[in-house]
Design a binder for this molecule. Structure first.
Ligand code: ZN
Length: 134
């Protein structure tokens, strides 16, 4: 299979994934609406709040992925899908098959992660050993 064929298959994967995400987002919205319509005592209200928070976090994650997929499909239309947007080199197929909406190669993705990464100060290390004080 040529790289072009492989990329076309990945586009199909992205389109299917986009449909699934849109349906999930629709489902989450109706769930949120049905939750807010139900009244009840304090416990129910607390449960509703927790549910709302979980749902809105899911919606956030799904919306972000949806945006990334839209971006990848736009890049496909422009004929630049599969190339790194930072260094313009072809992204390895293995990476695209793992993350079809990746717009950077692994090297550039790591560099971008490092920019936003705050190294540990060394304080609060005990948090990594919750059983140490027992
Ligand atoms: Zn790159």
């Amino acid at each position: 299979m040529s790289r072009k064929e492989a990329l076309t298959k990945l586009r199909d994967v992205l389109i299917l994934r986009r449909e699934a995400l849109r349906k999930a987002l629709d489902g989450d919205m109706s769930l949120l609406q049905s939750l807010s319509q139900e009244g009840g005592d304090v416990m129910d209200a607390a449960m509703d709040t927790a549910q709302d928070e979980i749902s809105s976090q899911l919606v956030e994650v799904e919306s972000r992925e949806l945006n990334q997929i839209e971006e990848a499909l736009a890049r496909f239309r422009e004929g630049i899908y599969g190339n790194c947007e930072a260094c313009d080199k072809p992204i390895p197929l293995a990476r695209l098959q793992a993350v079809p909406y990746a717009t950077t190669c692994i090297d550039c993705a790591r560099k971008q992660e490092r920019v936003g990464f705050k190294p540990s100060t060394g304080f609060g290390d005990s948090a990594h050993f919750p059983n140490a004080s027992r």
